[in-house]
Write a protein that binds this ligand. Structure first.
Ligand code: SAM
Length: 322
């Protein structure tokens, strides 16, 4: 079992497969663009598989592929199939913007990916294009429909932004009234270019939803940072992920592997371990496991997002993977 210096068990690894994305969400990718990493800096799929194997042997039981956009990575399906065949095969999840998902959904589903999060901040095509820079909402709706047809455990993740999509909050929530899915609202974190936008606290989102749909009832915590609320007549639950207003650091069980092979100990911190260099220097699995166990002892107790004068040094979310 991987345990940090505070006794938190680290069982969940988010793996960013690429720094490329087919969208340009304004709070995730700076308007000037991001410098692309050279190809040979990015972990090969064999390296990702090897590290995933090492992490699962250390006790990681769940991995989530993210990015950039994980589905723009070539041969992502063969990677996922190989991960599903590992001796200690983890629960495999994916977070995607949904634009390409309908091309891949059957392969994913039959490679045992049954938990899919789709990021969608609005149902309005014009607002969607203004947030993401692309006229692609129809493809996302197609993907959602196909996930529902297959019976995927589907969650929609939305980041409410002041003056941009706040009017969309009730309509987004209504997806879980009308369909079998959860809709989760994530508070904006001041990472990289997101610092230029103002998020909306989940207390405010909850008040808005209670006004529109009647008072919700607390309905558990799920397996991660979300707390859930049920609304009368809704088929799915509404989730609230509130890193800014109700930090969940004391129960954080996550690690992040960036696409260039850095093991990040906390989303908000630049602290990392360079696993790619270790791998490429020929270190044995035992050496790598040992380095990971040592590094996680330094996982920060909590993020500093709310500290006065906090300046993010962690880069943009497109490079971290959310
Ligand atoms: N391309 C994939 C997608 O769109 O889901 C995966 C990568 S994206 C970085 C993962 C998630 O991070 C998305 O749901 C996005 O809305 C969220 N995100 C990006 N920047 C954020 C920020 N500053 N605060 C909170 N969530 C953020």
């Amino acid at each position: 079992m991987l345990t940090d210096g505070l006794g938190r068990e680290l069982t969940y690894l988010r793996i960013s497969l690429t720094d490329k994305c087919n969208l340009r969400c304004k709070y995730c990718v700076p308007s000037c663009g991001v410098e692309r990493m050279p190809h040979d800096e990015i972990l090969t799929l064999e390296e990702v598989l090897k590290l995933t194997d090492i992490f699962t042997k250390l006790g990681v039981t769940k991995v989530r592929f993210t990015g950039g956009e994980p589905l723009v990575r070539k041969n992502v399906i063969s990677l996922i199939q190989n991960v599903s065949k590992l001796t200690n095969s983890p629960k495999i999840c994916i977070t995607t913007n949904g634009v390409l998902l309908s091309d891949y959904i059957d392969y994913l589903y039959y490679s045992s990916v049954h938990d899919i999060n789709i990021s969608l901040d609005t149902l309005d095509p014009l607002t969607y294009a203004s947030i993401t820079g692309q006229d692609a909402i129809a493809q996302v709706f197609d993907s959602i429909r196909e996930c529902l047809n297959l019976g995927v455990n589907l969650k929609i993740n939305a980041v409410p932004l002041k003056g941009i999509n706040e009017e969309d909050i009730p309509a987004l929530a209504a997806l879980s009234r009308d369909y079998d899915m959860s809709v989760r609202f994530i508070e904006l974190m001041p990472v990289g270019c997101a610092s230029s936008y103002t998020g909306i606290s989940n207390d405010e989102v909850r008040r808005k939803l209670d006004e529109v749909y009647g008072e919700g009832v607390e309905d558990g915590e799920g397996n991660g940072p979300a707390t859930y609320v049920s609304y009368n007549g809704f088929r799915g639950k509404i989730g609230f992920i509130s890193p800014m207003s109700h930090s969940f650091c004391s129960s954080c069980n996550r690690l992040r592997l960036t696409c260039d092979g850095k093991l990040k100990l906390c989303l908000a911190s630049p602290l990392s371990l360079d696993l790619k260099s270790l791998l490429r220097s020929g270190a044995s699995d035992e050496d790598i496991s040992h380095a990971i166990k040592e590094a996680v002892l330094n996982k920060p107790a909590h993020h500093e997002f709310n500290s006065e004068g906090f300046v993010s040094q962690a880069g943009n979310m497109i490079g971290i993977g959310g």
